[in-house]
Design a protein around this ligand. Structure first.
Ligand code: ATP
Ligand code: MG
Ligand code: FE
Length: 332
């Protein structure tokens, strides 16, 4: 099958073409407009998707060398995400599928983050555990098959990506701050400052406490020294990042033990984090795990992962009806 996939759940407009399970391209238009607001403004995101979608889809088709008449199906992200953003992708996909008289495939964005691991080699084997960490989610997923997944632990409040971004904002860094914290962290001393953890039961997480703790930490230090942040930025970033990564890996270690699974994957925007990647690899060596880390372009939001998920749904004959609507919340 030849499938066109569209992603529009948040602030990236993306399209990808997949033929017989091989992702041919992954066109991404990132919306710069949100930077000056320090976070994604839903109404502006929706409008930017409308402006970008035709060009992004055309580019995906042309760079793949595929005429739209050759498409077997159109896939789109149904949820979870911002409803106004999702609506643009869903409506566009419906219109195009109707015009071409081909089936529609609806994709769960969080399943797709996990299935990004099947775009390139090496591929994990089932069952495996996937730590999905992004701007909106922090989950440990037990992956039994391509389309059979179960969340066995997740955040009860903020996502870890949100903790990165909000901490960055408190330090005056632009949105999204996660990658910037990562950059400064690589130059800093991770043992310089320590933070405490809110411990949740079972395999769950909590990241709202660290946000408040970090805010008071900065406030107290800045009272003593007005230039505290500028003078210690690298060490602050390194210490905070090590703390967040430690919280994540503690749970992964527990989940691996509980399930007796040694195939461990990470996915989502925060899986681009160098500290997380490094610590996971070190832990894997000690624990004899096989670990899977996606290529950078498949960590944050992208249509390549939507295309990969669509391929498996197509093989199952799992198509959506034209009456399908987007879902802001959508369980995996
Ligand atoms: P969701 O997938 O839950 O709907 P989302 O689509 O916003 O949320 P992604 O695009 O997958 O999430 O990830 C974006 C998040 O990843 C942001 O919070 C961003 O700061 C974070 N991020 C990206 N790169 C890094 C990095 N190197 N270190 C830490 N965080 C990072
Ligand atoms: Mg994004
Ligand atoms: Fe995402």
């Amino acid at each position: 099958p030849i499938i066109l996939a569209i992603e529009s759940s948040c602030d990236e407009t993306s399209a990808s073409v997949i033929t017989n399970g091989k992702v041919l391209n992954n066109i991404i238009a990132t919306q710069a407009i949100h930077q000056k607001y320090g976070g994604v403004v839903p109404e502006l995101a929706s409008r930017a998707h409308q402006q970008n979608i035709v060009a992004v889809v055309s580019e995906a088709l042309s760079t793949a060398g595929i005429d739209k008449s050759k498409l077997s199906a159109i896939a789109f992200t149904r949820g979870p995400g911002l409803i106004g953003s999702l609506l643009v992708g869903v409506s566009f996909a419906k219109g195009m599928a109707l015009a071409l008289n081909i089936p529609l495939i609806e994709i769960n964005h969080m399943q797709a983050h996990v299935l990004a691991h099947f775009i390139d080699e090496p591929r994990p084997s089932f069952p495996f555990l996937c730590l999905t960490v992004s701007g909106g989610h922090t989950q440990i997923v037990l992956v039994k098959d391509f389309l059979d997944m179960e969340v066995i632990g997740e955040t009860q409040d903020d996502a870890v990506g949100e903790a990165f971004d909000k901490a960055a904002k408190l330090m005056g860094l632009p949105y999204p701050g996660g990658p910037l914290i990562d950059k400064h962290a690589q130059l800093g001393d991770a043992k310089r400052f320590t933070f405490t953890e809110t411990v949740m039961p079972n395999l769950d997480f909590s990241f709202s406490g660290i946000k408040t703790q970090f805010m008071y930490f900065l406030r107290d230090e800045v009272r003593k020294n007005a230039d505290f942040i500028e003078q210690n930025l690298n060490d602050i970033c390194a210490s905070l990042q090590a703390h967040l990564v430690g919280m994540l890996l503690k749970r992964v270690e527990q989940a691996a033990k509980q399930t007796n699974i040694k195939e461990i994957a990470i996915a989502g925007g925060v899986s681009a984090n160098s500290g997380l990647r490094k610590s996971l690899l070190a832990m894997a060596e000690r624990k004899q795990w096989q670990v899977y880390i996606p290529a950078f372009e498949y960590c944050t939001d992208n249509a390549g992962m939507i295309a990969m998920a669509a391929h498996y749904k197509f093989l199952k004959g799992d198509f959506a009806d034209l009456s399908v609507t987007p879902l802001a919340r959508m369980p995996i």
